[in-house]
Design a binder for this molecule. Structure first.
Ligand code: ATP
Length: 404
């Protein structure tokens, strides 16, 4: 087991594509770090540079106490688990798991013991004589894990290992991987584009976008204090609502007055928000991007006394769509506010082939609130939405940086 450190790591492919830029990450001994980001953001490239499957163009990678830039993959003492399990169809489960050890010419009895041990950890003991074709997808995934485990590597490197499994199995195996990693205490870097996987598995989660690290933090911190608009929009489902609003107030903090003008409506904020986020002071009288998590909004009728009185922390609208999810109800509505046009939204719109200006300069912004299932709101009803204004997020409109 070992610490893995990336120092200023960059990758430019021979065709000139820059896949990773100045990546700095330090993964502690025994830590589970998840690299997450949209397709093409460079996470696989980063992992492959650690594994030794891709040359490192810039910076250095340290595993344990060795700089491994020039160490070939087979000598890096890391075990890679891929999304395609790459099992040998003609070999039994036992021989598949022990394959790497046989290559290294370990004594037969030692291989037997190590395979038995891995099989016990993975619940494969009864399947050791089977061929891969006679296993379920989840069991095959376990065999691939078994191969990594018996090598007793300094680190596990996993690239979307669950993406070939159906949704239910994925959840099961996710829990398995978490347990196994905890039991073995092996430093792990895990690549996924799935934010739920990232949030549930990682001790820390590193969010990448276009080859660059955006933020690395424990899951809850990422959720509560996203560093910028990209992370705010990427982590959380449904995504954080983002709208433009003008921040007004007397700048007093504490018991002072602070409010947000959202189109024609006003949200009153606790004055302490200014004390908690001193950066906001210089934005008084200016437009900011406000982020509201869906769960920080509730049907005002259910939100407790005074909440439905109008003013205060409420937004009035009409329910455009009501989705009963069982445990909660997603209520879609819109408010009069300029849409937030970040580089990302422009890009999304371009990718989707929509008219960027036409689509984005609409004077209304769509929001989603997560109401309690006790709500009686139906499609087309007027709706008064209570906003927990102590839990709002704020971002600079130009840079997208979180304001603290
Ligand atoms: P995905 O989740 O889709 O696998 P990713 O975040 O893992 O994406 P990478 O596979 O690391 O992203 O790719 C990062 C960028 O590098 C992409 O723009 C990709 O097209 C490019 N890329 C990957 N491999 C090569 C290559 N061999 N030559 C040139 N460009 C490449």
């Amino acid at each position: 087991m070992a610490e893995v450190v990336l120092e200023g790591v960059g990758k430019v492919y021979p065709d000139g594509t820059r896949a990773v830029r100045d990546l700095n990450l330090s993964i502690a001994d025994g830590e589970f770090l998840v690299l997450v980001g949209p397709s093409g953001c460079g996470k696989t490239t980063a992992l492959r540079m650690v594994a030794g499957l891709e040359d490192i163009s810039e910076g250095r990678v340290v595993i344990g106490d060795r700089v491994v830039n020039r160490v070939p993959a087979r000598d890096r003492d890391v075990a890679m688990v891929f999304q395609s399990y790459a099992l040998y169809p003609h070999l039994s489960v036992r021989d598949n798991i022990g394959f790497g050890l046989s290559l290294r010419k370990l004594p037969k009895q030692e291989i037997r013991d190590k395979v038995d041990h891995a099989a016990r950890i993975l619940g494969l003991t009864d399947h050791l004589d089977r061929k891969p074709r006679n296993l379920s997808g989840g069991q095959r995934q376990r065999v691939a894990m078994g191969r990594a485990i018996v090598r007793e590597p300094q680190a596990f490197l996993m690239d979307e290992p669950l993406s070939n499994l159906d949704a239910k199995l994925r959840v099961q195996m996710r829990a398995e991987i978490a347990r196994i990693q905890r039991d073995l205490g092996v430093t792990t870097i895990y690549v996924t584009h799935d934010q739920t996987e990232a949030m549930t598995l990682g001790d820390r989660v590193a969010v990448m976008k276009k080859g660059e690290l955006q933020q690395v933090a424990p899951p809850q911190e990422l959720y509560d204090r996203p560093a910028n608009l990209f992370v705010a929009g990427f982590i959380g489902s449904p995504a954080m609502n983002l709208l433009q609003a003008r921040l007004e107030g007397d700048g007093q903090g504490g018991d002072g007055e602070l409010r947000l003008e959202v189109g024609g409506q006003t949200l009153t904020l606790p004055g302490r928000v200014l004390d908690e986020r001193p950066a906001l002071r210089s934005y008084l009288g200016r437009d900011v991007v406000v982020g509201i998590r869906p769960e920080d909004m509730e049907d005002a009728e259910l939100a407790g006394s005074g909440a439905g009185e109008g003013g205060g922390g409420t937004l009035r609208s009409t329910a455009d769509l009501v989705e009963a999810m069982g445990s909660d109800v997603l209520v879609h509505f819109s408010v009069e506010a300029a849409q937030v046009v970040t580089e990302d939204t422009k890009e999304l719109a371009r990718d989707a082939g929509t008219d960027v200006l036409g689509a984005l300069e609409a004077p209304r912004t769509d929001l989603v609130a997560r109401f309690s299932p006790r709500t009686r709101v139906k499609v087309g009803d007027p709706v008064v939405v209570h906003v927990d204004t102590g839990r709002l997020h704020f971002f600079d409109i130009d840079t997208g940086a979180a304001l603290w």
